[in-house]
Design a protein around this ligand. Structure first.
Ligand code: EPZ
Length: 415
């Protein structure tokens, strides 16, 4: 177990390069299993969740090299689709292994997926979509058993635009016989990245980025070489880090379009943001409260930035009402922010954040990835020293978090 020690009060300033997106990399790494041979994935972040996925793939016979953010995955000798060992319980996207393996291997046994504790995180939409493609799924003693002799395309209406369920159906449907249509699909940029990779492998998918995805099934896919999109959540977190310290930041290697929901909110609270390919943010000494923030599926305000923006609003001028509509229990950071002097009241999915003059350093605990990052940001703005315990949660999603913040002038160390 590790901790971050943050001494607050330093204005951040400088230029950083944003790495590959965790939530795009994980499904794309899994998609390499749809073909036999060597796929090469560039701009792949060094993160604990990626390492766990690599271990899972090695367990079933993949040979993997991971150097300089490039992952070389040889799937030629995959010999097992029994994934009922413990590792799959550690990450949420392991459930996508069903979609990637079922067409070629006919059977997959897998434990329930894990991931951050931010609500019940059911998998009913995944299973409903996969069943619609003629996959027989049984759930027994904590193991999901999926079998299919032939996948058939189908029309699927998702009851909610789940990112994972959309990706799982895309993976399975590209080797199904016939056409598949996903209605009310997730529109996140990571879904588009998966479509682009699958099409490079020889799939025939269109519509990702809209709520209607069309997949024409094909017999066989080939390995491919691809580069992962920049991480919009990491980029948003560093913008908020600069804003919370009244600082300024340049972000290189970003796709501004993906950042529009957070750019709009940061401008609204008083930051100046410009773009010429790179993004520049200059924050006022103290930001204004935002009135209302409501997390929504893309292109709404991302749930993954709800905790970081709450840290910022906790020292804004005025009161902000934050509604978390995506996950049921994503306010784990509130009690910890309150220990630092934040004035926050929660009623169900609504948090009322009254901006205080300043936060004070304190001993707090990261309960999940983004909530943990939010506590570090609060620590950057607080008077005195903040210790953020269980910082391993943060390392699951931010590569070299402390190094990057130190490069920007923060005083932060891992202990
Ligand atoms: C992805 O999770 C991301 N994870 C999450 O990132 C992100 O918060 C989330 O999308 C929303 O943007 C990865 O891409 C690896 P969902 P996912 O299925 O796919 C409900 C981070 O910090 N639902 O879109 O698991 C679900 O409970 C994280 O990096 C069902 O009810 O999200 C939630 O309320 C954590 N049944 C909502 O849908 C299902 O079968 C959205 O979940 C599936 C989901």
């Amino acid at each position: 177990m590790s901790k971050y020690k943050v001494s607050g009060g330093k204005k951040l300033s400088g230029s950083i390069e944003i790495g590959g997106a965790k939530n795009a990399a994980l499904p794309i790494i899994i998609a390499t299993l749809l073909a036999r041979g060597i796929s090469i994935i560039h701009n792949c972040p060094y993160l604990e969740d990626v390492n766990i996925l690599i271990e899972i793939l090695k367990e079933i016979g993949c040979k993997i090299k991971y150097e300089n953010h490039t992952l070389v995955i040889d799937t030629s000798d995959v010999y097992s689709t029994d994934l009922s060992f413990g590792l799959c319980e550690k990450i949420r996207p392991s459930i996508l292994l069903i979609g990637a393996l079922i067409a070629n291997y006919g059977i997959v046994n897998i434990t329930y997926p894990g991931g951050c504790e931010i609500g019940p995180r059911p998998i009913d939409l995944h299973l409903k979509g996969l069943r619609a493609l003629n996959i027989n799924i049984k759930e027994l003693h904590g193991i999901i058993n999926a079998t299919s002799s032939k996948l058939n395309g189908n029309e699927i209406l998702l009851d909610y635009p789940s990112v994972g369920a959309t990706e799982n159906i895309m993976l399975a449907a590209c080797l199904a016989e016939g056409d598949t249509i996903i209605r009310n699909a997730a529109k996140e940029p990571e879904v588009i990245d998966l479509q682009n990779f699958l099409n490079l492998m020889g799939a025939n998918i269109s519509g990702a980025g809209t709520n209607y995805i069309y997949i024409r099934g094909t017999d066989k896919l080939n390995p491919a070489e691809y580069s992962i999109i920049p991480d919009r959540v990491a980029a948003g977190t560093y913008m908020i880090a600069a804003a919370i310290t009244g600082g300024e930041i340049e972000l290189k290697n970003v796709i501004s379009e993906h950042l529009q929901p957070i750019i709009a909110k940061l401008k609204e609270c008083g930051c100046m943001i410009t773009s010429n390919g790179n993004l520049f943010l200059r924050a006022p000494a103290k930001v204004k409260a935002l009135d209302i923030i409501r997390t929504l599926p893309y292109p709404g305000f991302p749930t993954d930035l709800q905790a970081p923006i709450m840290a910022l609003m906790s020292i804004a001028k005025g009161t902000t009402i934050i509604t978390e509509t995506v996950f049921e229990n994503r306010f784990n950071h509130v009690e910890e922010l309150k220990k630092m002097g934040a004035d926050i009241r929660v009623d169900g999915r609504i948090a009322v954040v009254k901006g205080v003059e300043s936060l004070c350093g304190s001993n707090v605990t990261a309960k999940d990835l983004r909530g943990g990052a939010a506590l570090v940001l609060a620590g950057l703005a607080a008077y005195g020293e903040t210790i953020v315990d269980k910082s391993e949660h943060i390392d699951r999603g931010y590569e070299c978090f402390d190094d990057i913040l130190r490069d920007l002038g923060a005083e932060i160390y891992k202990i």
